[in-house]
Design a protein. Structure first.
Length: 197
């Protein structure tokens, strides 16, 4: 979550666009090869609402293969949920990028829905990071992503992440807070902003 100044290594690039060219795998591969990488398409899936591309990238002079996953949600995102952002790389040879990104508030709603619908502790940690960085619970966004949202359901979904919590240690730079510390913070932050029904 570098774009949000988080401490977790991301496992993929998540994007949204309503038109995905059929040649996107070839294009991404060619662009990376121009930068000196050796690239192999590991897996490509094109479904009705999501395009997924997984690449195996051999970094020059290292003999090390790095996986890169690209996931593109096939939908248009409303202007109210996006903002222009500047992304600065820590590497001097990579120029600044100007991108249209989902707002932190909309991303928070997406992550709350993810926590309620799948069992990945990283989604819970992402909620914690988003709240720490100032994201606000927007009930309109929350209704869109999680129409039957209940605070008690969120608490139960968060509790289900406990058994796999230690697995996050390999993805977090620095010390990972305890499961209970992050859960309590999330519930306090979200509970203060919502009706407890």
């Amino acid at each position: 979550m570098e774009g949000l100044s988080g401490d977790r290594f991301s496992e993929d690039l998540d994007l949204a666009h309503n038109e995905i060219p059929e040649t996107i795998a070839d294009y991404v591969t060619e662009e990376l090869e121009l930068l000196g990488f050796t690239v192999k398409v590991d897996k490509e899936r094109d479904k009705e609402n999501m395009y997924r591309l997984r690449l195996a990238i051999d970094r020059p002079n290292t003999g090390s293969i790095t996986p890169l996953s690209l996931e593109i949600l096939k939908s248009s995102t409303s202007e109210a949920r996006t903002e222009q952002r500047e992304i600065h790389s820590p590497y001097p040879d990579i120029p600044r990028l100007d991108v249209k990104a989902v707002t932190q508030d909309a991303l928070l709603a997406e992550k709350i829905a993810a926590v309620c619908n799948r069992n990945r502790p990283r989604d819970m940690h992402d909620i914690y990071l988003l709240l720490q960085s100032g994201a606000k619970v927007d009930t309109d966004h929350l209704d869109d992503y999680c129409p039957n949202f209940k605070l008690k359901g969120l608490e139960q979904s968060l509790s289900e992440k406990k058994k796999d919590w230690k697995g996050l240690e390999s993805l977090v730079v620095g010390d990972l807070l305890s499961f209970q510390q992050e859960k309590d913070y999330i519930m306090n932050q979200i509970g203060d902003r919502l009706d407890p029904d």
